[in-house]
Design a protein around this ligand. Structure first.
Ligand SMILES: [Zn+2]
Length: 344
C-alpha cells in the first residue's frame, strides 16, 4: 500500500445516500496501521452527505457527485490544479475496470458508462477509480480496519445480500471483469429445488443467508403459523420479527429459531469454507447488517466451518468482525484511488 498524495477523496454511492469525504495523508496512516497490525478510525478532514434523491439518471448523479467533491475540497482549501485522486465505491456489479456499471438494482442502472462520464466532468487533476462497494469496504478494512497487518484477507459482508472482497499479497483482487470475490453467488445447492437468487440463477448462498431472503423466509414461515419466542421479542407482532429477534430466540433455545439457524449456518459455512480453501487467507473479516445482529448464527457458522475446511487452511485464519462500520467503503475507495488502482 503506497501513497504519494497529501489529499485523497473517497465517495460512497449507495442506494440511499451519497457521501463524499476528503482525507489528509491517508496512505501514511494506513502504512503505520499495517505495520502495527492495529485498526485506526481514520477521520476525514471534511465530509458531506446528501440523499441520492429520486432523479437517478446517470448524468444527474455525476453532477451531484462532482458538486460534493468540489464542496469538500473547497472546505479544506485544495486548489483546482492540485492532483487529488478520487475513489468511488458504488453498490453495483461492474463489467470492466473503467467504471462501467453492468447492473445496479439500487440505482436502477444497467450498462451505464458512469466512470467515463465522471472522469470527463472531473478533469485531469482528479484521476478517478470506480469500485464495487464491497471491494472498497474490503480494502478499507484491510488498510485501516480489522484487516490491518494481514497479508491475504477475505472480507465477507452479509447485509440485504452478500458481497465479498479479496486482498491477496496486499493487493485488491479485481478479476477479469471486476467481479472477483463475489462469494454471494457461490452455489450451496443446485437443481430445481434450489432457492432462486436475484442474480437470475439458483442455489446461491445469498438466496439462503442474505438478509432480505432471510427476512422473507421468516415472514413466510410465521405467516404460515410457525410459533416462536421471536414473536414475543418483536412485541407480539409476527410481521415485525426480524433476523435479530430470531437470533435472540435461537440463543434462548427456541425450537423454530434454532431449526432455521441450524439449516442456514452450515450453508454459509460451506460457501465461506470453500472460499478459504481456494484462497488460503490469513484473515477473514466478517461484517454487514445481517451478520452484525445475528451473533448466534455467526457462531454456529464458525463451528460448522471446521467441518468443511481442511485444518491446514482453517488453522492459520483469524476470523474477526469488521471494525469500520459505515465508513469502510468511504475510506477504502480513497485508499484504492490513492494506491492508483484502476484509475481512469
Ligand atoms: Zn446469485
Amino acid at each position: 500500500m503506497t501513497s504519494s498524495h497529501p489529499w485523497v477523496v473517497g465517495v460512497d454511492l449507495g442506494g440511499s445516500n451519497l457521501r463524499v469525504a476528503v482525507y489528509r495523508d491517508l496512505g501514511a496512516a494506513a502504512a503505520s496501521c499495517c505495520a502495527a497490525g492495529t485498526s485506526l478510525a481514520q477521520e476525514p478532514a471534511a465530509v458531506v452527505k446528501r440523499p441520492v434523491g429520486d432523479d437517478r439518471r446517470m448524468e444527474s448523479i455525476v453532477e451531484r457527485t462532482v458538486a460534493c467533491i468540489n464542496d469538500v475540497l473547497g472546505q479544506v482549501g485544495v486548489s483546482r490544479v492540485a492532483v487529488v485522486p478520487v475513489g468511488v465505491g458504488v453498490a453495483a456489479m461492474l463489467s470492466d475496470r473503467k467504471g462501467t456499471v453492468a447492473n445496479s438494482p439500487h440505482l436502477g442502472w444497467r450498462n451505464v458508462a458512469f466512470g467515463p462520464a465522471l472522469a470527463r466532468r472531473l478533469g485531469p487533476a482528479r484521476p478517478v477509480g470506480v469500485y464495487n462497494d464491497v471491494n472498497a469496504i474490503a480494502y478499507g478494512e484491510f488498510g485501516v480496519g480489522a484487516g490491518a497487518g494481514a497479508r491475504d484477507m477475505l472480507c465477507v459482508y452479509v447485509g440485504t445480500g452478500i458481497g465479498g472482497g479479496l486482498v491477496m499479497n496486499g493487493q485488491l483482487v479485481e478479476g477479469a471483469t471486476n467481479c472477483a470475490g463475489e462469494i454471494g453467488h457461490v452455489k450451496v445447492a443446485w437443481g430445481e429445488d434450489a432457492a432462486p437468487c436475484n442474480c437470475g440463477q439458483r442455489g446461491c448462498v445469498e438466496a439462503y443467508v442474505g438478509g432480505s431472503y432471510v427476512q422473507a423466509r421468516i415472514r413466510r414461515e410465521l405467516a404460515n403459523g410457525a410459533r416462536s419466542l421471536a414473536i414475543d421479542l418483536a412485541g407480539g407482532d409476527a410481521s415485525a420479527v426480524n433476523p435479530g429477534h430470531v437470533d435472540a430466540a435461537a440463543a434462548d433455545g427456541d425450537p423454530w429459531a434454532l431449526a432455521l439457524w441450524t439449516e442456514l449456518a452450515p450453508l454459509f459455512a460451506v460457501a465461506l469454507g470453500n472460499a478459504i480453501t481456494l484462497c488460503n487467507p490469513d484473515r477473514v473479516v466478517l461484517g454487514g447488517g445481517m451478520l452484525g445482529r445475528t451473533p448466534t448464527l455467526r457462531d454456529q457458522a464458525v463451528v460448522a466451518l471446521s467441518l468443511v475446511t481442511p485444518p491446514a487452511l482453517l488453522d492459520p485464519v483469524d476470523i474477526v468482525m469488521a471494525t469500520l462500520e459505515d465508513d469502510a467503503g468511504l475510506v477504502g475507495s480513497a485508499l484504492l484511488a490513492d494506491a492508483g488502482v484502476s484509475l481512469i
